[in-house]
Structures are given as C-alpha cells and as structure tokens.
Design a protein around this ligand. Structure first.
Ligand SMILES: Cc1cc2nc3c(=O)[nH]c(=O)nc-3n(C[C@H](O)[C@H](O)[C@H](O)COP(=O)(O)O)c2cc1C
Length: 152
C-alpha cells in the first residue's frame, strides 16, 4: 500500500481541516498517511512517500506564500520526485484578486521536481463546506487511483 505525506501550512485552521479530510479519504482507500506542518518538514521527506501533497493558504496583498512555506517552496523544485504522484490544495478567500495563488505556485514546483499531477488541485473558499468535503474526498481518491495506475 502507498505511503502519502501531506505537508501543510495553516494559520487559522482551514487548510488543516482540508488536510484532515484528505487524510481520512486516503486512509479509506488504503494508504498510510502522515500529516506534517511545513515548519517541521523538509522537501526530501517526500522521497519516502509515494503520494506527495502540499496544502497551503495564501497571504499578503498580492497572493504571497505564507512565510512558513517559503523555504519549503524554494527547496522543493530541487528534489527529484520522478515517479511520485502529487496533489496540491488549500484555502483562500475569493475576496482577494490572487485567489489561492500559493496552491498554483506549489503545483509549478512539483512539476519542476518531476512528479506527476494525480488530480487537479482543490481550492476552498475559507473553511470547507459540504461540497468542498466532497471535492477533497474525490481529489484524494483520484490521487490513489493515479498511484495505482503508475505503480502497476
Ligand atoms: C492579510 C491577509 C492576506 C490574504 N491574502 C490572500 C490572497 O492573496 N489570496 C487568497 O486567496 N486568500 C488570501 N487571504 C485569505 C486566507 O488565505 C484565508 O483566510 C484562508 O482561509 C486561511 O487559511 P488557514 O485557515 O489555513 O490559515 C489573506 C488573508 C489575510 C489575513
């Protein structure tokens, strides 16, 4: 069974809530899942995982990365994640012009690292509502299916 690592940053808990929903859905599929806050994680930790996930909120007036994500972001592109499946998700606020920009920034970094996008990223407006829970669950299941496809 695959190992999944979810690295996340969450100031007020919305992204963490998303991460927990994904964790549960991946576990239901049969994955072994670890949740790690970005300040305790290193991009090389993904080398031990089959499914790599990053969850982040977006900050600043023009869609900046959270401070606690900057080092992780910069180092991620230099790790060789060829053969790994990745997914990105996060919470933002549609009030801002650069809605959930940090989620897209991480998608780019994962692609630079050579990983395969297993499911389109999920962006949640503030805290996850019912339809977001469904989208996050579907996202997790798709990641699992993609892992199965490429590991066969
Ligand atoms: C000062 C400030 C700037 C923000 N800038 C953005 C932004 O540019 N884009 C966006 O989508 N959300 C932005 N947000 C909204 C947060 O990303 C949103 O509240 C999110 O739910 C926080 O997630 P968390 O609970 O995981 O910390 C901003 C929030 C604050 C307080």
């Amino acid at each position: 069974m695959p190992k999944a690592l979810i690295v996340y940053a969450s100031l007020t808990g919305n992204t963490r809530e998303c991460a927990e929903i994904i964790k549960e859905a991946l576990e239901e599929s049969g994955a072994e899942v670890e949740l790690m806050e970005s300040v305790y994680a290193d991009p090389e930790d993904f080398l031990q995982a089959d499914i790599c996930l990053v969850g982040t909120y977006t900050y600043g007036i023009d869609g900046q990365l959270p401070d606690e994500m900057v080092d992780f972001y910069e180092e991620l592109a230099d790790v060789d994640l060829f053969g790994k499946v990745f997914g990105t998700f996060g919470s933002g606020d549609t009030f801002y012009e650069e809605y959930c920009k940090s989620v897209d920034d991480f998608t780019e970094q994962f692609l630079k690292a050579g990983a395969v996008e297993g499911a389109e990223s999920v962006k949640v407006d503030l805290d996850p509502e019912k339809e977001d829970v469904q989208a996050l669950t579907d996202f997790a299941k798709k990641l699992f299916v993609k892992w199965k496809e490429i590991s066969e």
